[in-house]
Design a protein around this ligand. Structure first.
Ligand SMILES: Nc1ncnc2c1ncn2[C@@H]1O[C@H](COP(=O)(O)OP(=O)(O)OP(=O)(O)O)[C@@H](O)[C@H]1O
Length: 275
């Protein structure tokens, strides 16, 4: 099966600084990954490379079988959704949530002349999926942090991406909003991992391509059971990558964060403490 993502020996340098060094990472269909690493370990730079905003110095990678360099970024980007609070500043304050969601389908195209009733219906459906339907007509300016994150997810889903990346999505959320947000991410992940199959074919809402999820975080508490794999970075290098139980160990996390840490699991949720 064509990997969702295939990165080989990716290296990124700027001036004398090596930002990413020899990154090898493969995401197969059906896998959901979490990326963990200390401040400055290269998480955002890796995402920027994948979305064409940070040019590699060496190495090769492909997204959904399309190779970097051989495919127009505008085409590749249509398949990759990124949910990051960094987008918040780019949303017009007076834009209502429904319009923000619809704009996800069009990226940079001239939007308003083209919006159809079907697209409005689809946008409402995505707002319902993320539990934000009641703010559909509310301006961005007035949305809470949690509501904004949900609207940005709906916006990303509108383009039907094959890979959906969450970059520190829980920053700024209160504990209850964070829990509810994580349950939403988990639900999205499970839509993918539990498809309905009949006569060897996907059916119903799962018949659509559902995205592989990548969650970038500093907090192991945010890793819900739906995340099957983990990538640990330290100073631009991979500490470990693979199935979560093999990668998320006290030892690997201590190496990644450069401090003696103990990983414990309570009630199905992970927690880190200092040894
Ligand atoms: N264009 C650039 N030129 C020089 N150095 C850069 C550039 N972009 C990133 N860096 C450096 O590369 C390192 C990795 O940065 P990056 O933002 O990817 O880390 P991160 O893991 O996302 O960190 P955080 O958890 O703090 O968000 C940092 O030391 C950063 O200063």
């Amino acid at each position: 099966m064509t990997p969702v993502l295939d990165i080989r020996r990716l290296r990124v340098e700027r001036g004398d600084t090596v930002i990413l060094r020899e990154i090898n990472w493969r995401v197969a269909p059906g896998e959901n990954w979490v990326i963990l690493g200390a401040n400055g370990s290269g998480k955002t730079s890796l995402l920027k490379s994948l979305t064409g905003f940070l040019a590699p110095t060496a190495g090769e990678f492909s997204v959904l079988g399309r190779s970097y360099g051989a495919t127009d970024w505008r085409t590749l980007r249509l398949h990759i959704g990124v949910v990051t609070s960094a987008f918040a500043a780019a949303i017009p304050p007076a834009e209502v949530a429904l319009e923000t969601v619809i704009s996800g389908k069009f990226a940079q195209l001239d939007l308003w002349a083209r919006v159809t009733a079907a697209e409005r219906t689809a946008a409402r459906r995505w707002l319902r999926v993320v539990g934000a339907e009641r703010v559909a007509e509310r301006e961005w300016l007035y949305l809470s942090q949690g509501e904004r994150q949900r609207v940005l997810i709906a916006r990303a889903l509108m383009a039907k991406p094959r890979l959906l990346i969450f970059d520190e999505p829980c920053a700024g959320l209160d504990p209850v909003a964070r829990q509810s947000f994580l349950e939403l991410v988990d639900r999205l992940a499970r839509r993918q991992t539990a498809p309905r199959v009949r006569n060897g074919r996907l059916h119903g809402r799962h018949a659509r391509a559902t995205p592989a999820l990548v969650l970038v975080t500093h907090h192991v508490e945010e890793i819900t059971p739906a995340f099957t794999h983990a990538l640990l970075l330290r100073r631009g290098e991979v500490v470990a990558a693979g199935p979560r139980d093999a990668v998320l160990t006290s030892r690997n996390l201590s190496t990644a964060f450069g401090a003696p840490l103990r990983l414990a699991t309570r009630g199905g949720r992970m927690a880190l403490s200092f040894r």
